[in-house]
Design a protein around this ligand. Structure first.
Ligand SMILES: *Cc1c(COP(=O)(O)O)cnc(C)c1O
Length: 361
């Protein structure tokens, strides 16, 4: 099989080594005589899978013992609701930074449970930068950020610090495991797997245990972190297959040398592509340079021209460069270059951009 260079934003490219292992497990998992798809989540075989995923995630991110690690369904979007339901008491205020569509969707759900203060917003500049000054609420229930803005292509290089005692909550769906973080700086981290960690269908939640059970409201079991933590993600049937794929991706990441090494590669990949954009006669970036994402590289034609955009995408496809169409809210192009995206794909894109610019300027 000849693989394309897959620039899709999510679901997105996965390491081929992990896919090969998983393809065997679909037929016969671990010589059990059955597929992982046919297996009970209460078996010793699956217990080993979910334990491996948790323990490798703990090692890779340096997750302290007083944090629970959960693997849940419902995607990152359900976390917009669960975060507020579990951490925002009635009448209390949560601070949100409004740095993109996902951030504002998260805030929208929180308004169903308490008060939301926008600590900052870059909406009036079409989310092209990360605001550096924050208007924080004294005694806020938490401060919520989106670490990487998948759609607009911005990323926090340094995380904001809430006042002492206020937990920092982060949606890290599109950059978890792309760089080292200090988990103890956060009260809660969540990430849908389908960007940088695995397939669609599972979301990872990392939460400091002492924050749970304090909302003062009755929470349905399936939406209660405490219930999931007490049942180590096995309160009901978890997304077995998605967790299996995540466990294999984490093994791959560990074998690659972990996230410190991955960060260097990600930085090199992104800088190569941004350098090509900045020196181009035809293309230009859309975001403030200091806030540019190393995961989602957004670029447009200097002079908008839909026919030329289509031509670029068609030519890209011929060269096996797929998934480059920009998000509908910006247009242009987006190259999502997560951990598993090979550097040769960046080189191929840069070469194509140069040739295309020469032929069409
Ligand atoms: C993709 C994405 C989401 C939504 O994920 P779902 O799993 O589709 O709910 C939320 N936040 C960020 C930052 C994302 O990139």
């Amino acid at each position: 099989m000849s693989r394309v260079f897959n620039f899709n934003a999510g679901p997105s490219v996965l390491p081929v080594e992990a896919l090969e292992t998983v393809s065997k497990g679909i037929i016969d998992f671990n010589n059990s005589g059955m597929s992982i798809l046919e297996m009970s989540h209460r078996t010793a075989d699956f217990d080993a899978v979910i334990k491996s995923a948790e323990s490798n995630l703990r090692t890779l991110l340096g997750i302290p013992e007083d944090y629970a690690v959960l693997f849940l369904g419902g995607g990152a979007s359900l976390q917009f609701t669960m975060v507020a339901m579990n951490l925002l008491p009635e009448g209390a205020t949560a601070d949100y930074t409004d740095t993109g569509s996902w951030a504002s969707k998260a805030a929208k759900e929180a308004k169903l449970f308490g008060k939301v203060n926008y600590a900052s917003s870059s909406k009036d500049k079409n989310y092209t930068f990360i605001p550096k000054t924050l208007n924080l609420t004294k005694g806020a229930a938490y401060l919520h950020i989106t670490s990487n803005n998948t759609i607009y292509g911005t990323q926090y290089r340094t995380f904001p610090k809430p006042e002492t005692g206020v937990p920092l909550v982060a949606d890290m769906s599109s950059d978890i495991l792309s760089r080292p973080i200090t988990v103890s700086d956060f009260g809660l981290i969540y990430a849908g797997a389908q960007k940088n960690m695995g397939p669609a269908g599972v979301v990872t939640v990392i939460v400091r245990k002492d924050l749970l059970g304090k909302s003062g409201r009755t929470i349905p079991s399936m939406l209660d972190y405490k219930v999931h933590a007490e049942n180590v993600s096995l309160y009901n049937t978890p997304p077995v297959f998605a967790i299996y794929v995540v466990s294999e991706v984490l093994k791959w990441l560990k074998a690659k040398g972990g996230i410190a090494g991955m960060e260097k590669i990600n930085e090199r990949k992104a800088k190569k592509l941004y350098a090509a954009i900045d020196s181009s006669t035809l293309f230009t970036g859309t975001c403030a340079k200091e806030d540019r994402s190393y995961m989602n590289v957004v670029f447009v034609l200097k002079n908008k021209n839909e026919d030329l955009e289509k031509k670029f995408l068609a030519g890209a496809k011929e060269r096996k460069l797929v998934g480059l169409k920009g998000h509908r809210s910006i247009g242009g192009f987006r190259a999502s270059i997560y951990n598993a995206f090979p550097e040769e794909g960046i080189d191929a894109l840069v070469k194509y951009m140069e040739e295309f610019a020469k032929a069409n300027s």
